[in-house]
Design a binder for this molecule. Structure first.
Ligand code: T3D
Length: 267
């Protein structure tokens, strides 16, 4: 099902409770423009308002996933005036990344190609990342005299540790999908020709998954880095108490006893 709304720089579908956003400026490696940000915000509005939401998948059209900010929007002005870069970060990037993190369903990135600059930060903001073998990360910021943004300085060291975060960010060299998996930056590398199958498998998994358990898992894992063990125990107790009353838990117990796969409804 399409959403019935028109989009020019992304594609957006919502089927069986699973949204699929495809960044869609392939000739510019799906780099971010203000229009794309506006369309992403509109898609997120629709997803947040959908009562039966079960997951979101983000991917890109063509050979790149996302090359970060569209640099053609950043040409130096003829009159020598300079730009306050924090404005766009506050207006567009912060809400995008914050909303994805807060979405109470898994956000899965299927990285179809290179992710650079804020495009790499977008990948790292997702809860799970699959990348095709030929995909790569480029912390391109230092090459243009900037620091990693869109949450990049928060995600990178947490995922890979300070040494690798520093090396990748300072030198801006490509990190292959294979290295990214070995470093713990992403979940899994898949063959390039398995891109479509990976997308279908993930959307099917999310549409049939224990949605409330997924939401609780996401919330607990995200909270853990700022919590003590005692606080995390408290959170686990609270969330597990809630999950114990769900239909999906009852179904999971029945399915186990009957030696069959569970048929979760997400309730
Ligand atoms: O508001 C603010 O400005 C602050 C926020 C900043 C957030 C950021 O993301 S800053 C970082 C911006 N991104 C970059 O610096 C990355 C620039 N791109 C690259 O370094 C390389 O293109 C890649 C490593 C991503 C891929 O390299 P490669 O060799 O596979 O492709 P290519 O040939 O460089 O690019 C293909 C085309 O896409 C090319 O156009 P052409 O020659 O075919 O007409 C290239 O110019 C275009 N392209 C790539 N990245 C961007 C872009 N066009 C506009 N903006 C881009 N970011």
């Amino acid at each position: 099902m399409t959403t019935g709304e028109s989009y020019t720089q992304i594609r957006f579908t919502l089927t069986d409770g699973v949204g699929v956003i495809t960044l869609n400026r392939p000739d510019r490696l799906n780099s971010f423009t203000e229009v794309m940000h506006t369309e992403l915000a509109r898609a997120l509005d629709t997803l947040q308002a959908h009562a039966g939401l079960r997951g979101l998948v983000i991917t890109g059209a063509g050979r790149g996933f996302c090359a970060g900010q569209d640099l053609s929007e950043r040409k130096p002005a003829d009159d020598g005036s300079r730009r306050d870069l924090s404005l766009m970060l506050e207006k567009c990037y912060r809400p995008l990344i914050t909303r994805l993190r807060a979405l109470p369903v898994p956000v899965v990135c299927v990285m179809n190609g290179v992710a650079a600059g804020a495009g790499a930060s977008l990948v790292l903001a997702c809860d799970v990342v699959f990348a095709v073998q030929s995909a790569r990360f480029v912390q391109a910021f230092s090459k243009i005299g900037l620091l990693p943004d869109a949450g990049g300085t928060w995600f990178l060291p947490r995922l890979v540790g300070s040494a690798r975060a520093m090396g990748a960010a300072l030198f801006g060299e490509s990190v292959s999908a294979t290295d990214a998996q070995a470093w713990g930056l992403i979940w899994r590398v898949v063959p390039d020709d398995a891109l479509d199958a990976t997308l279908s498998d993930i959307t099917a998994t999310l549409a049939a998954g224990p949605t409330r358990a997924y939401a609780a898992t996401k919330a607990a894992l995200h909270a853990s880095s700022g919590n003590t063990l005692a606080q995390q125990f408290d959170l686990e107790c609270q969330l597990q108490r809630e999950l114990g009353y769900t239909d999906d838990y009852v179904e999971g117990m029945r399915a186990f006893a009957e030696k069959r796969p569970p048929a979760f409804t997400g309730t």
